[in-house]
Design a binder for this molecule. Sequence first.
Ligand code: FE2
Length: 395
Amino acid sequence: MFGKIFLVLYILAQIGIALITEYVVSKHEWVKDIGRKTRFIRIIIYVILAVIPVLGAYLPHSSFKYLCMEIGNVWFAFFMFYAAFVLIFTGIAELIAKIAKRPDHRFVGHALNFAFLFALIIASYGLYHGQEIKLTEVDVNVECKGEVSSKPDQVRVVLLGDLHLSCNSRLKMTEQMVDMVNAAKPDIILIAGDIFTSNYQGLKNPEEYSRVLSRMKAPYGVYAVAGNHDVDENLFGGFAISPVSEAFRVSEMDKFFEDAGFTMLYDESVDIGGIFTLAGRIDGEKAGDGTSDRMDAKTLLADVDKTRPVVVLQHEPKGFAELSDAGADVVMCGHTHDGQIFPGNLIVPLFNENAYGVKKLHGIQTIVTSGVGYYGPPIRVGTDGEVMVVNLTFS
Ligand SMILES: [Fe+2]
């Protein structure tokens, strides 16, 4: 549903921005003559670029589909900044022309130079920064609710999330992540979902990725939950264009998790070395079986050993009050990417109790990582991809 609305908005935005660009070109003293002569060829190039992401979303599985998706995501990165800047700068230039009583609209032409240049610089920076991973370290003291009999001194957790392996992934970045994780010497590694980006086939050489990921080592192992994108479905602009009933986890994904050495938790809990209990949840949006069904927090934690701290791993940072009532002591999540692209980092806190970092809510510690990878446009601006080290102490 949102995917189809987004498609209509996308087409309107492409047409609108193309018309504004043509208007600005016609007022541009440097390029108006050449602009007139090259209008036809420019429109053809623009239409091709605009159509590429649509082909990436709607074509059936093929290497051409994923090539379109890969190029389309980069085009999105440029287009979104260009659209914003051309609107802002043209608006300002028109205002100046009005105030300065310049009917020749000379300033308006310069709006195009600035919009194009700024968009190119910021998109290039975002592409570069999207490949960078920062090490974040936080100390979190957990006040256990239950009659905890044995409290560990400290547990060093590496929390990863949102790897978003896709057609836009680079193996080098996954290698860098694995090296950072091992160098942090964690007791346990937890992955909060969105290991894929809604398909398996788009990832080039998946065996290479699972081999690299299997190098991650920790004494208590590597545990993961699946996210809303660890299913096979078609996306446009980051929104699903098929219903939840058609979103299934494919067997190749399960095999990949196994090859990578991940112990997947689907609404189940495990004892971690007699130190704490780890409960991993099915994603509440896309369970992977064509539904949104998962156990409620009370049922999930009904029988877990509450004489030890209870750590919950889930993808989306939601339902903290229910988890607290059910006996959780700490919840770890991903999903938000901390907004990924400015001003997204200002918007996600409006929709999430904890959009990023550590927050004590409803009497429990909630920890949300910004994730390692990127979603849609392969860029980060104003946020960081991270490997999060969480030093848990219990009282
Ligand atoms: Fe994600």
